[in-house]
Design a protein around this ligand. Structure first.
Ligand SMILES: Cc1ncc(COP(=O)(O)O)c(C=O)c1O
Length: 414
């Protein structure tokens, strides 16, 4: 059974700013990676069995057109945003990539596991902008490259780092970045540039064009930017807030209908972005994040940390005491139906993914998105209490399937 930590209902808070002003301050006049926040919203009708039916043109707002006894949830198809970049990475990097251009960054140094979706996303998105990426991957090079590992290799410079050295990430990133910078290059940490930048500075960047000019003039001075593992920074919340603003338009999910938003949580950044945006826009939406990589306490800490960083970086004040408190509670962190050590796949789960794929054309992976899918099913089933409609944010992760297959193959060989 899911245990809900529903603090959200207790929160009747307001921003010092109105929601319009909040959006203006945080989102307007900003440069983005995605040309538009647009995404598709589909609907899954499920019957006992379970069996699934995909509706690509759901009747928003017209509840009568969906038979009452049929259970359904909406799926926000962020898995379709980019063929190689996870939906949640595309959102998290939406507000971040333009900052690299603002600071005329020539090289990015970041790190992750061998099958890191984060390093692959950085590699692809940097390459699209002519920025060189250096990806420090934990452990040894696999015999056969596949999945995110293959994409990191195709789009960026991959360096495998022994686990003992990787254990001290900060030192590792620092010394590698210094070696790339050489004597006349400079090294910036992402935290530094965000501290230094006010929203206005970022929105009226004169450096945007300068970078291309200096490159074309053959200026080889290198500006290295170090991005922490996972890019789980408060800037990552911007893209998710932009998504919520898009979804809450009247012709889509609207601003009045109560909704339960379900998402799978790794670091929890996407979930906090959803919760914060819903809260600040005054939407009657609750966020349910299925915890996969840490304990509930860890996620609550991360939530409090991200909110406090966000307030500091974007100069946002809340009147409400709850949002300033350690346990602000804008996200309901829930356990997976069958909890396990992160990354483990239990019997029958690949078959469930197969069934979903065959009946709907939607691919979910057993590590992340299946967890959210199952929770969306539970919350929207007729056994659940009558209540708000359910929306699943599909975070992508297709290439994760290849990483899993690689793991299986390697385990078989041992
Ligand atoms: C498919 C997928 N879903 C969710 C997550 C976790 O997102 P977050 O770290 O924002 O919780 C990841 C992280 O890599 C992912 O690949």
């Amino acid at each position: 059974m899911i245990q809900f930590n529903s603090l959200q209902n207790q929160i009747v808070s307001m921003l010092k700013l109105g929601s319009e002003e909040f959006m203006q301050k945080v989102l307007n006049n900003r440069r983005w990676t995605l040309p538009s926040p647009e995404t598709k919203i589909h609907q899954i009708v499920h019957t006992r069995g379970p069996n699934f039916l995909l509706n690509t043109h759901p009747p928003f707002g017209d509840v009568n057109r969906v038979s009452k006894e049929r259970d359904y949830f909406y799926v926000v198809r962020d898995d379709l945003l980019h063929p190689l970049v996870n939906g949640n990475k595309a959102r998290k990097l939406d507000g971040l990539l333009p900052l690299l251009q603002h600071y005329s960054v020539s090289d990015v140094v970041t790190c992750g596991g061998c099958q890191s979706a984060h390093t692959a996303a950085i590699a692809v998105l940097c390459a699209e902008r002519g920025i060189v990426s250096h990806l420090l991957l934990r452990g040894e090079q696999p015999e056969i490259l596949t999945g995110y590992n293959l994409m990191s290799t195709m789009y960026g410079n991959v360096i495998y780092v022994p686990r003992t050295i990787y254990a001290n990430r900060e030192e590792m990133l620092k010394s590698y970045a210094k070696s790339v910078a050489g004597n006349d290059g400079s090294v910036l940490w992402f935290g530094d540039i965000i501290e230094a930048s006010s929203a206005t500075e970022l929105s009226t960047s004169p450096n945007f064009m300068q970078m291309d000019v200096s490159r074309s003039e053959g200026n080889h001075h290198r500006n290295i930017l170090v991005i922490n593992e996972g890019a789980g920074d408060s800037v990552a919340l911007l893209g998710v807030i932009r998504l919520v603003q898009y979804l809450s338009q009247n012709h889509l999910l609207g601003k009045e209908r109560p909704m339960k938003f379900v998402v799978d949580a790794g670091t929890g950044t996407t979930a906090v972005g959803l919760g914060l945006a819903a809260h600040c826009l005054g939407l009657p939406w609750e966020v349910y994040a299925v915890i996969l990589a840490d304990k509930i306490e860890g996620y609550r800490k991360q939530e409090a940390h991200l909110i406090s960083e966000f307030k500091k970086h974007f100069n946002i004040e809340f009147i409400d005491q709850n949002v300033n408190r350690e346990d602000a509670g804008i996200v309901n962190w829930v356990e997976r139906g069958r909890p396990r050590k992160f990354g483990n796949v239990l019997e029958g789960e690949v078959e469930t993914c197969q069934q979903i794929a065959q009946q709907t054309g939607i691919l979910v992976d057993p590590v992340y998105t299946l967890a959210a899918w199952e929770t969306a099913m539970l919350l929207s089933s007729s056994d659940a209490e009558e209540g708000p409609e359910v929306v699943l944010l599909h975070t992508g992760g297709t290439l994760g399937m290849f990483g899993l297959a690689q793991r299986e193959t390697e385990e078989c060989r041992r």
